[in-house]
Write a protein that binds this ligand. Structure first.
Ligand code: FMN
Length: 368
């Protein structure tokens, strides 16, 4: 049991917001696999939400199975942030998360995202106004600070604890780092040590159950939030929770289970976004599942042009037949492919190299 204010959660693992990815179909897919309780939406502009902008409303689209749900807001005008949060509370969301980590210029130049980490007094005031107005918990997600010379996260975390936040998630990079370099666990540990009792949730580069445990042991954080790792491996929550509880690693899902889950994911995308848009959005989802299929270039080449649900069945059927030449259901090479010269070269790609291809916003932070 894990508590965030009045929320009693079954897991201390969280879905980190990934704009463009952490939509309703993805959240439902993850929830069904287990190990995840509180999930968060992509970041939503508070003003757009108050204006009932259709894109903002689409971002908060949810359903009763998608609970408990936190909506992540960004903005710097205290009244707008408070009113948007009140609207979310009345719409039945479980918690409101405030984005203080986004490095993108469009967000920072209006005083939101990482810019909030440079103005502690104003930020604490804004947060206090929200906490006082709401019954549901207010949480924040921050980075270590603006740059390596200014790890402001520990001081800010203390101020926000005083302002009444119910949890603090920390991505162990600075704004200047963007998504490059490594996560600094010492920075997350400094935040854990700076606060009195509010739970700190560590975040950054966690892609395996062992990395979840390492993050917790090295930093003392109470929970771990996983973003790209959930795309890379949607089973990471259930696998990690099991590992934390028992020390055992669960077996990897079979190929047919991966196909089942991927197909459910597509069906939900079609249901939520309609066939044309759902299939188009799925073009960037399917190759993630395919990273664990073994040889998959034949599948990827066609799926990135997917137009209709019926076409998916054709692509998948052809791929499964093609793959059967090399691999059995468990992913083992078929007997006629056992001799070394016959091992297809694409099967020798190391896992680490695949993981590095997880996409992040590109280019220097100044122009994001
Ligand atoms: C494509 C992309 C979109 C992101 N969108 C958000 C966002 O909307 N809100 C936010 O707080 N963080 C966002 N992040 C940051 C992630 O939540 C997370 O802090 C970061 O990716 C490190 O964690 P990870 O290695 O588990 O992904 C985004 C990251 C990526 C790569």
């Amino acid at each position: 049991m894990f508590r965030i204010g009045p929320l009693k959660l079954q897991s201390n693992l969280f879905l980190s917001p990934l704009a463009g990815y952490t939509n309703l179909p993805f959240r439902l897919t993850l929830r069904e696999l287990g190990g995840l309780d509180l999930a968060t939406t992509d970041l939503v502009n508070a003003r757009s939400l108050l204006e009932k902008n259709s894109k903002a409303l689409q971002l908060i689209a949810s359903c009763p199975e998608d609970r408990p749900l936190a909506v992540q807001l960004f903005g710097s005008v205290p009244e707008e942030m408070r009113d948007a949060a009140l609207y979310l509370e009345s719409a039945g969301v479980s918690a409101v998360d405030i984005n203080m980590g986004c490095p993108v210029r469009k967000v920072c130049k209006v005083g939101g995202g990482s810019a909030m980490m440079t103005e502690h007094a104003n930020t604490a005031k804004l947060v206090k106004g929200m906490v006082e107005a709401l019954k549901i918990p207010v949480t924040v997600k921050m980075r270590l600070g603006w740059n390596d010379e200014n790890w402001t996260a520990p001081d800010l975390a203390r101020a926000l604890e005083d302002a009444g936040v119910a949890a603090i998630a920390v991505h162990g990079r600075t704004r200047e780092q963007g998504f490059s370099g490594t996560v600094k666990l010492a920075g997350i540990r400094a935040v854990v040590q700076a606060v009195r009792s509010v739970p700190v949730i560590g975040n950054g580069d966690v892609t395996t159950p062992q990395a979840v445990r390492h993050m917790m042991e090295e930093t003392g954080c109470a929970g771990v939030s996983i973003g790209r790792g959930a795309f890379y491996n949607p089973w990471i929550f259930t696998q990690s929770l099991h590992y934390l509880r028992t020390g055992e690693l669960l077996p990897e899902p079979s190929f047919s289970e991966r196909i089942r889950v991927m197909t459910r994911h597509l069906d939900r995308m079609v249901q939520v976004f309609g066939e044309v848009h759902g299939c188009r959005m799925f073009r960037k989802v399917a190759p993630w599942y395919a990273k664990r299929f073994g040889p998959a270039s034949v599948f990827n080449r066609r799926i990135v042009r997917l137009e209709t649900r019926a076409e998916y069945d054709g692509i998948l059927g052809d791929y499964i037949a093609w793959r059967r030449q090399f691999l059995d259901e468990s992913g083992n090479l078929q007997p006629n492919y056992r001799s070394p010269p016959m091992v297809p070269s694409f099967m020798q790609e190391p896992d680490a190299a695949r993981r590095e291809s997880i996409p992040v916003p590109k280019g220097p932070v100044e122009i994001w």
